[in-house]
Design a protein around this ligand. Sequence first.
Ligand code: MF3
Ligand code: CO
Length: 247
Amino acid sequence: MIETKTEEEIAFLRESCRIVRDCLAFVEEHIKAGMTTREVDEMVYKFITASGAEPSCLGYCGYPASACVSLNEVVVHGIPDDRVIEEGDIVSVDLCAYKNGFHGDGARTFCIGEVSDEKKKLVRVTRECFFAAMEGLKAGTPLYDIGYKVQRHAESNGFSVIRSYTGHGIGREMHEDPAVPNFGRKGTGPRLPANAVICVEPMIAAGGWRVNVLDDGWTAVMADKRPAAHYENTVVIREDGVEILTL
Ligand code: MF3
Ligand code: CO
């Protein structure tokens, strides 16, 4: 079942998503080599709470932080700790804000100083995968066209898409139906209704797509230790296109 939202609900989602957008921009401005991932998390906690929102991730299924901060071969759900961010790292920061009963969700991958050409391309292509999925997306689009377009763009650049994590619906819950995979067959899946709100979040790997989860139950590491990147926005499906709320 793909739920739809009223304009009143979308107005609340817009506000939560604006906080996510502004927080990601704030992190982009301040993140630098020498910082620990915990310092990034503290920055996120302060920004979200100062905006009158709550960090949705904190305490979600026991998750211990306000943001996921994932370095290099960690694709998602990196738990902030004392690890120091270094020049040449790529760092994905994924965060959610909860306000007025609604969640916003977004992620970016940042390059710290000069990074390798492969990492630079991976970060660029991951972002492009999101926008490839937005092309032609509107009410009536089959759901798996999103994954088809993400996968086509990633694989045509020699990269692979992560299978074990997907995008999702969002609203009063951080994760609602439907799951939004980053792979799929063109023209398949339920048709997206107008005013459905979904998170589209390409997770793209430079090497193979296999992932291992560490004993902490969260940290998702590429099995081949090659780098991976993540880019996410919350999107409203409209009759004639999309409204991207976290951009
Ligand atoms: N923001 C993530 C997402 O895109 C959720 C992270 S899991 C959490 O779905 F435990 F950190 F919240
Ligand atoms: Co998400």
